[in-house]
Design a protein around this ligand. Sequence first.
Ligand code: C6P
Length: 404
Amino acid sequence: MTNDDIRNQFPILGTEVYGKPLVYLDNAATTQKPAAVIEALSRYYLTLNSNIHRGAHHLATEATEAYEQVRRKVQQYVNARSPKEIVFTRGTTESINLVASTFAERYLSEGDEVIISGMEHHSNIVPWQLACHKKNVKIRVIPFSDSGELDLDAYRSLFNERTRLVAVCHVSNTLGTVNPIALMAREAHAHGAMIMVDGAQAVAHTAVDVQQLGCDFYCFSGHKMYAPMGVGVMYGREEVLDELPPYQGGGEMIKTVTFDHTTYNELPFKFEAGTPSVGDVLGLGAALDFIQSTGLDRIATIESQLLAYATEQLRTIDGVQIYGTATNKTGVLSFNVGSAHPYDVGTLLDKLGVAIRTGHHCTQPVMDRYGIPGTVRASFAAYNTMAEIDTFIAALRRIAPMLA
Ligand code: C6P
């Protein structure tokens, strides 16, 4: 496996921490950024900075065109039918809040039900609680097995005539499980419900075709796919988005305003109130170029090789317990070392230059399911190497006896 050509595009990977080369294995939290993305950001502020969709001048026209071009790139990347279906947000969290709030207003009433899964990130639990609480709507939860796979029989049994929506992650940020979205979408539609997919952990690791998946909404963040922080996407089917009320009011989302009445702009602008983060959107465009020039297939192959090797190596360390062993997994590896607190493991790994995440990973119900306070989580990206896995495993081997 050679990926020097990928690695060399990421300036930060040359960093040293505590005098040791950085081994960055916290990619599910956020990926590092290739030089092309950083350059796209600074190019915007150096040469193009202006507000979009409203200026009559050259810079504003150029910036607007560049921004709308990224929308078309995203449309192609997820195979949406139209750029009108791509709404720029600040990230997955804002995308899901947008869907939950507007969907509830338009489609939910007292006694209705929404299905989520037991492995959701808090971002795909709390917005539904907020929306459902207001309308007296019940939330039902799909359980999952010890290996971290959703119980699909239980899923089928949760539907009834009051089910309006399923909200589920494509990939679990804690367990790495890839959920069978196409199948789950068929089931939801057969029961007259819609489906919203949290794609935060999927979109940089596996091909996403919203039409093939059959989802009504698909939400993701730029910063987990090599793009800057501060930009995300809410894909929604045009027919559904047309039916939804606006999320926030302000400039750009209107057609006409009087003190008595406002008419709303067409899609997707109806959902993009105020000045967007134009530079970050352009950075997202550069990140998509990076992914496409590298090849998503190649990225997925590298990450699955890293996952297989790291899993095999981890299993050779006494007392290690892995959480999430689904057959269909992406490069996320959650584990504990004996009864050591995950935070202690993380702190010691950090001192040896290895960056991983510890804690509940914003999935407290997953921790409750296993009866643990948290896990240590290593997560991989296309620039990681087998040598880095060796460093990580050697560091763990060194600290394991200290924690026993
Ligand atoms: N997970 C992690 O370390 P934002 O913060 O809006 O970009 O993404 C929220 C989010 C939603 N869904 C899933 C499945 C996620 O993994 C995340 C973010 C990070 O796992 C930070 S908690």
